[in-house]
Ligand binder design. Sequence first.
Ligand code: ADP
Ligand code: MG
Length: 244
Amino acid sequence: MSTTAILELRDISFTFPNRSQPILDQFSMPFSSGQKLGLIGPNGCGKTTLFHIIMGLHKPDSGVILFKGNEVRGKDDFKNLRKDIGLLFQDADDQLFSPTVIEDIAFGPLNMGASPKEAREIALQTLERLGLTDFAERITHQLSGGEKKLVSLATIMAMQPKALLLDEPTNNLDPQTRHKLIHILRDLDLAYIIISHDWDFLADTCDDIYAMNAGKVKQCGKDHLHNHSHAHPHGEQPHRHGHN
Ligand SMILES: Nc1ncnc2c1ncn2[C@@H]1O[C@H](COP(=O)(O)OP(=O)(O)O)[C@@H](O)[C@H]1O
Ligand SMILES: [Mg+2]
């Protein structure tokens, strides 16, 4: 595994124009190629906003984003970054817009200059790689929420990214689809950052876990994580308990 920094956030601060409190307050985080990183934090703490800042959808008030060691500033820099970093949106309906699955997945490669035949070929290969071949001719809007998540991931993978940003990928997934996603992610030879409240999912898919709160982030030991299948009031917080 390489440890070259693919992305680094340095002292990023960001406040929405109509809000008084900053969402990010001198937020710093490194992200290396090959790293599988989990990010947790309460609802509304700014996790999605962070991903949008990385992709250039919001402009930070101050701080620096480094991509492969170079500062990302203008439109062209972000365009370049977006070729290598794929964002899986929190809501799959923001990602999918074509009538059929195969068209949705071929869209990215087509847009990057592949011929229709090549794009279809890439789309089919991507589905096969993710174990989703049966989805090719399905009607996108008829898919379940979980199926849409998997297809969204395929649309991103078809662009051959170097890293992924996954925003709450297990929301609304049934246990089988969740399991399938865990296997897909573990098999990927790609760096990613996963936002999730699902501790067990992060434990299964990530090497490092960061917790976000009050505009900042800190690394938590992975020993805070544990597998269990019940729910209790502390389910979203790092905690320990004995065997049951
Ligand atoms: N465009 C916007 N304008 C103003 N406030 C926003 C906007 N988008 C999100 N917010 C607010 O910023 C905070 C962080 O949002 P978000 O990044 O979506 O949180 P998270 O993903 O951690 O749940 C929330 O309080 C949300 O309501
Ligand atoms: Mg969010």
